[in-house]
Write a protein that binds this ligand. Structure first.
Ligand SMILES: [Zn+2]
Length: 280
């Protein structure tokens, strides 16, 4: 058994992040939705157990998983959902079976590509609305306002896959491609018809990215309802991110930014599908 139950390894920081994102009024997770993880080093991470509520999570509601065995399950073509479920089983403790969330493979994938302080996967109502819409695939190709671009950077969009081993495999592949291309991980990952993963070196960064994801989605919903999104022009975004004060601001808010390699959303030059005439 590589996944274990050891509440003493669950930090107050992780608990605080989990409860904070789970607050009902934030509309990011209800019931047993969502999960968080913290990198522990030496190939291990704490991740929320299946079936527990984020808002009321305690140290008992987490397990300690190892990255490598979970990645082996994802990479083995003959592995099944049962194999993944078994790999996440930490056994029965205090009469309760403790098992890592079926979405723990998302967290394992992040830590396998580049070990990261904290990862939070939630289902924010506003973001899921955009990601369940016909605009999902192109909705995040452009920044809709400057502070979103500063906090979120260039998000990764992952097409729909069934939660569990299918999503874990697709997520891992897309994340490696992003990392190879950009030289670093995204701060925000969008899961079509599902939710988001926010990642960063600090709790405050993951909070900021999650919160901004919600606001960015609300802006898109409103803009689409008024006829379509009019993105910030690509050239303007490029010069914006060339400014020292902006790179410092991104680093301060989300904890990451490498101006040498990262292309924030809105800096590519694909033809615009919506909006015209007011890009100057
Ligand atoms: Zn989910």
């Amino acid at each position: 058994m590589t996944t274990i139950w050891d509440p003493s390894l669950v930090s107050e920081e992780l608990l605080g992040l989990t409860r904070s994102l789970g607050r009902p009024q934030r509309e990011m997770a209800i019931l047993a939705e969502g999960n968080t993880s913290q990198w522990l080093g030496e190939g291990r991470f704490t991740v929320k157990a299946s079936g527990s509520n984020m808002a009321s999570a305690t140290a008992n509601d987490f397990v300690v998983a190892e990255v490598e065995p979970l990645i082996q399950v994802l990479e083995n073509r003959s592995s099944t959902q049962d194999d993944l479920t078994e790999a996440l089983d930490a056994g029965v403790h205090n009469s309760t079976r403790r098992r890592g969330s079926i979405e723990a493979s998302i967290h394992a994938a992040v830590h396998a590509v580049d070990p990261t302080g904290f990862v939070a996967h939630t289902h924010p109502t506003a973001v899921v609305s955009v990601l369940a819409s016909i605009h999902a695939a192109e909705a995040y190709e452009y920044a809709v306002y400057s502070d979103e671009a500063v906090v979120v950077g260039a998000p990764l969009f992952v097409p729909y896959a069934q939660p569990g081993i299918d999503l874990g495999r697709l997520f891992y592949r897309r994340l490696r491609e992003y990392s190879d291309h950009n030289g670093q991980l995204p701060s925000l990952i969008l899961l079509q018809n599902h939710g988001i993963a926010a990642l960063g070196p600090s709790v405050s960064g993951v909070e900021a990215v999650s919160e901004m994801a919600v606001k960015g989605a609300q802006v898109r919903i409103a803009a689409y309802s008024m006829g379509g999104v009019s993105p910030i022009p690509a050239e303007s975004m490029k010069s914006f991110f060339a400014r020292t004060d902006i790179t410092e601001r991104r680093q301060h808010l989300s904890g990451v930014f490498n101006p040498e390699t990262e292309s924030p959303i809105g800096t590519h030059t694909r033809n615009l599908q919506t909006g015209s005439g007011n890009h100057g």
